[in-house]
Design a protein around this ligand. Sequence first.
Ligand code: PDD
Length: 284
Amino acid sequence: MSKMLYNDAIMERDNVVDIEDRAYQFGDGVYEVIGVYDGEPLMMDEHMERLERSARELRLTLPVSTTELKNNLEKLVEANGLQEGIIYMQVSRGIASREHEFPNPETPAVTVAYTREEVRQSDVEDEGRPAVLVEDIRWLRCDIKTLNLLPNVMAKQKAVENNAVEAILHRGDIVTEASASNVFMVKNGELYTHPADNYILNGITRRKIIQLCDELDLKVNEQTYTVNDLLNADEVFISATKLDIIPILRVDDQTIGDGKPGKITKQVLQSFRSLYQKSVRNKV
Ligand code: PDD
């Protein structure tokens, strides 16, 4: 059995869930998923910064500094000898008698983390996959990475039942993001993605892509676009931790572009891959 982090201690992964942990009963907590490549977490500082923000927005006090947390997570990766995969970590508002309101402020938050080996699916990244459209019925603070993921779960299930890789969400006419990833479309050589407001999670991968596009001299428009725009795009791709970038070849029954991974998508993917290939090279 692999090891987990429970607050400050690295221990055997065991059944440590308390039935009155607020994460368990209310989804009252925040989380992060961090990619690990060749034993190295990718963009850890950015994930820690986002965790801090999510916690602040929910008035949840992190039990330790993010520097300390980062150290603990690195120790966990080492303890598990993880080379390629993810770190999942969450912080809940703690364990207290079940009442909806916040517990006594003395109640310590509970941090748990574990790692999972996951081999990168480069064939999926190279080939692309279809997606489906699902109405976005989530709350209006999608910018906070909370444990409440039921609408995302329902949407992703619909994708799987339709042999699709993702469910692209739309609020009325406007494309927001996907059940567990951000969405980009390409039209006439320019990229478009929903602005980082309360309707989407500002993905760490999304931000990195925007930065890479700048270096590649590709224009990214952080502006809203419609379902119709999406269906008539030249290229569409999704982005998230570990999934990295997946070209979307079809949305429901509509083929995107010529039904193959697009030129700009491939360029962005190549540039993203060189990020972790570079970190591997630097280590050697
Ligand atoms: N999900 N949007 C949503 C709703 C997400 O759940 C995710 C990530 C993203 C992409 O964010 P990032 O690039 O920081 O991973 C966008 C993670 C991977 C998950 O819940 O498993």
